[in-house]
Design a binder for this molecule. Structure first.
Ligand SMILES: NC(=O)c1ccc[n+]([C@@H]2O[C@H](COP(=O)([O-])OP(=O)(O)OC[C@H]3O[C@@H](n4cnc5c(N)ncnc54)[C@H](O)[C@@H]3O)[C@@H](O)[C@H]2O)c1
Length: 367
């Protein structure tokens, strides 16, 4: 069985070959740059030549702690540094489109954060600009590189599950929203800022749904204005279905974050380790049962890396591979436009109380 897992482990390994490495610079030195981007890039041998943040004291402190050589006064100074070939962004979503646009116009490849844009229309315009300039534009939807998820996807791709009929992601956790004061004021919170990862991997596994039905809720006395519980079901032309349930108001210590994929000849089930003790977390768990490979019941797959920081190398590694002439990034912005269209359909469904179809002509601005 261990031998059977070897190709899975190889498919999940994230590496940046010497020939792909290009100097990058970061816009935004907040929590996620500090905890995930910079440690992951150091692990992967990606050179960060400098960073900027509108809070200069924060930028200096983070740069010193991670050994980043240069702090730029602002985006203009960053873009005037000719060494910088890739701009990596980690700022609140509302500020991102303008930074992406300016970086692309200056000829840089760009890795944007999730959510990539406040609407699929804005995202499409940025994708068009990148295409016109022949630059690589990708999004940090790094759950596609998290080892538990990536291994499950590879098992599905190899046919171990037969025809996939169902995907369920269920998250019941406490999220300390006050760590992000700017999120407390958002009318639409949970899906844009958290569950977008799950909705992105649902598309990665199952493709484009026929219909989506979603409900949302709040807890009396909660700190943020927006929704903190959502539940979304997807139906597909094939008869497959997916379910994503996320509750961020579990104040009782029994954090839980599970995923499960069922098919005609097998199933995988796992946990997202990060969410059991954010941001430290633990590695995911993953088990597979399959008549295709002949398991005797459920067999554990040995996950050895973490969502945070390890998976954060993935989007950058795949952007750098694409910039070196390889295939489009796994999290290409051109693909992410469809994830944003799903998010828009989810909020339409929450408002209408009806199942919605994905309508690329009805973009709904983030609120
Ligand atoms: N991919 C993921 O899994 C993941 C995880 C956490 C956060 N995020 C996303 O990353 C972004 C940042 O999150 P965070 O947790 O680091 O937030 P944060 O509030 O800790 O940090 C944001 C930083 O951006 C800086 N900033 C704001 N506007 C700026 C601008 N125009 N130019 C330069 N700097 C600016 C702020 O000063 C701050 O230091 C958000 O969009 C968030 O949704 C993604």
């Amino acid at each position: 069985m261990i031998d059977l897992f070897e190709p899975i482990a190889c498919a999940c390994a994230i590496e940046v070959p010497e020939a792909h490495r290009r100097p990058i610079a970061l816009v935004g030195a907040g929590a996620i740059a500090d905890l995930a981007h910079l440690p992951a890039y150091r692990q992967g041998g990606v050179e960060v030549v400098g960073l900027t943040d509108s809070d200069t004291a924060r930028a200096v402190e983070v740069a010193q702690r991670h050994g980043v050589g240069r702090v730029y006064r602002d985006l203009d100074e960053l873009l005037s540094d000719e060494r910088v070939e890739v701009v990596d962004i980690a700022v609140p979503a509302a500020a991102q489109p303008e930074i992406v646009r300016r970086a692309l116009e200056s000829g840089r490849h760009v890795l944007g954060q999730k959510p990539f844009a406040p609407s699929s229309d804005v995202a499409s315009d940025l994708v068009a600009l990148a295409t016109e300039r022949a630059l690589v534009l990708a999004v940090n939807q790094q759950l596609r590189f998290d080892e538990g998820m990536a291994a499950a996807h590879e098992m599905m791709r190899l046919g171990w599950l037969g025809e996939v009929t169902s995907l369920t992601i269920a998250v019941d956790i406490w999220t300390e929203w006050t760590l992000w004061p700017w999120m407390l004021e958002l009318d639409e919170l949970e899906v844009w800022n958290h569950s977008i990862h799950y909705h992105d991997v649902v598309r990665w596994f199952l493709g484009e749904p026929e219909r989506i039905y979603s409900t949302a809720g709040r807890t009396p006395g909660q700190a943020p204005r927006g929704e903190t519980r959502t539940s979304t079901s997807y139906t597909y032309a094939s008869g497959a279905r997916a379910l994503v349930c996320a509750n961020h108001e579990n104040a009782w210590g029994d954090q839980r974050a599970t995923f499960r994929l069922d098919g005609s000849h097998g199933a995988v089930r796992g946990t997202l380790g990060l969410l059991y003790d954010y941001p430290r977390g633990r590695p995911d768990t993953l088990e597979v049962a399959s008549s295709v490979i002949g398991t005797d019941g459920w067999v554990p797959y040995p996950v050895t890396t973490r969502w945070l920081p390890d998976a954060f190398l993935g989007p950058m590694a795949s952007l750098l591979a694409a910039a070196a002439g390889g295939p489009p990034p796994r999290t290409a912005a051109s693909d992410n436009v469809a994830t944003l269209a799903v998010v828009e359909a989810i909020y339409r469904s929450i408002r209408s109380g009806e199942a919605e179809t994905i309508d690329r002509n009805r973009s709904g601005e983030m609120k």
